[in-house]
Design a protein around this ligand. Structure first.
Ligand code: ADP
Ligand code: MG
Length: 310
């Protein structure tokens, strides 16, 4: 039996088709990531799996139970963390966790100990008795992630789990999620618009315009869509002229803008690199760094869909 099974699921809001004929299966005991840019329909899809939103068409089953016909059964199997902050600012971190523990039917006598243990796991033990209004965005997100682990639910659904976290904390959080899957036999289904979050997943679905356009293990997806090499160019100052020049070196003009420069998809990086430096210098651009690099899931998404993730 699958943890989640969706068949031809869609959701319409008036003229907007937020989810458009999605079919997917999520095996038990795995970390499954739905990855796509903002507006691709990830949150809508997760909210339907989590029974807080009804499909306009299609069928979704969670551990064999229909999300519409057997809503109560499904709710007992899942713990759903929505995209936007939901913890109370007027309570402390500990009080928030004790409150959610009560909602999940955890006895009062046990709730405090369980909550304290979870706060330790997410590194908030020292902030346990502070009001959430004094927390940073990242602390608040970690507190909310801790609520996902309350109640030992077999399926955890996380919408943008790393929202508000810095890159190093994001990696720590992905480590916790993997640990839950590997050591506590849980299934985690998450949605993210950050490619790096999906790198650790057992399976990844690329979502765009309400559809799942590709699916597989991260390495498999990269191999499938990226045959060429990538050159990362960091410039002191970016510019339109540099972009145009780099497009001339790239296969089909494929160049992606990054924070500090550009990623260029080329056939032969060793041949292209010195010529790129020469041409950029001649046009007055200062190259801070240039490297051939290994492709990421974000690159695979860009190659497959023709549009960037961010
Ligand atoms: P993502 O989570 O990938 O950013 P969403 O599921 O939030 O995507 O949104 C997908 C599309 O559906 C967007 O075009 C969004 O504007 C639209 N949408 C989402 N929720 C609603 C709603 N409640 N009413 C109308 N349109 C919505
Ligand atoms: Mg979303």
């Amino acid at each position: 039996m699958y943890a989640v099974e969706a068949e031809d699921v869609s959701k319409r809001y008036g003229d907007v088709i937020a989810v458009d004929g999605v079919s997917l299966t999520v095996d038990r005991d795995m970390l499954y990531a739905i990855m796509g840019p903002n507006g691709s329909g990830k949150s809508t899809l997760l909210s339907m799996i989590a029974t807080v939103n009804r499909p306009s068409g299609g069928v979704i089953r969670v551990m064999g139970h229909d999300v519409v016909g057997e809503t109560d059964e499904v709710r007992r199997l899942i713990n759903y963390i929505p995209e936007f902050n939901f913890s109370s600012q007027h309570l402390t971190g500990l009080e928030n966790l004790v409150f959610y523990a009560a909602l999940l039917g955890i006895p009062r006598s046990e709730a405090r100990d369980i909550a304290q243990e979870l706060l330790r796991r997410v590194g908030l033990n020292e902030a346990a008795n502070r009001l959430v209004s004094t927390y940073s965005r990242g602390m608040r997100r970690r507190l909310e992630l801790a609520t996902a682990f309350l109640g030992d639910r077999p399926l955890i659904i996380l919408d943008e789990p790393s929202g508000g976290l810095d890159p190093s904390m994001r990696r720590v959080v992905m480590g916790w999620l993997l640990e839950e899957v590997r050591e506590r036999d849980r299934t985690i289904l998450l949605a993210t618009h950050i490619g790096e979050d999906a790198e650790a997943a057992d399976r990844v679905a690329f979502m765009k315009d309400g559809r799942i356009v590709a699916e597989g293990h991260p390495e498999e997806l990269k191999r499938r869509y990226i045959r060429e090499s990538i050159i990362d160019v960091k410039l002191a100052v970016k510019g339109l002229k540099a972009l145009e020049l780099l497009r001339g070196f790239a296969i089909n003009g494929r160049v992606m803008e990054t924070d500090e420069g550009y990623r260029v998809f080329v056939e032969e990086p060793e041949r292209a690199m010195p010529r790129i430096i020469e041409r950029l210098n001649a046009s007055g651009y200062r190259v801070l760094e240039i490297n051939a690099s290994t492709p990421t899931l974000e690159d695979a998404f860009f190659k497959m869909t023709g549009s960037p993730l961010g």
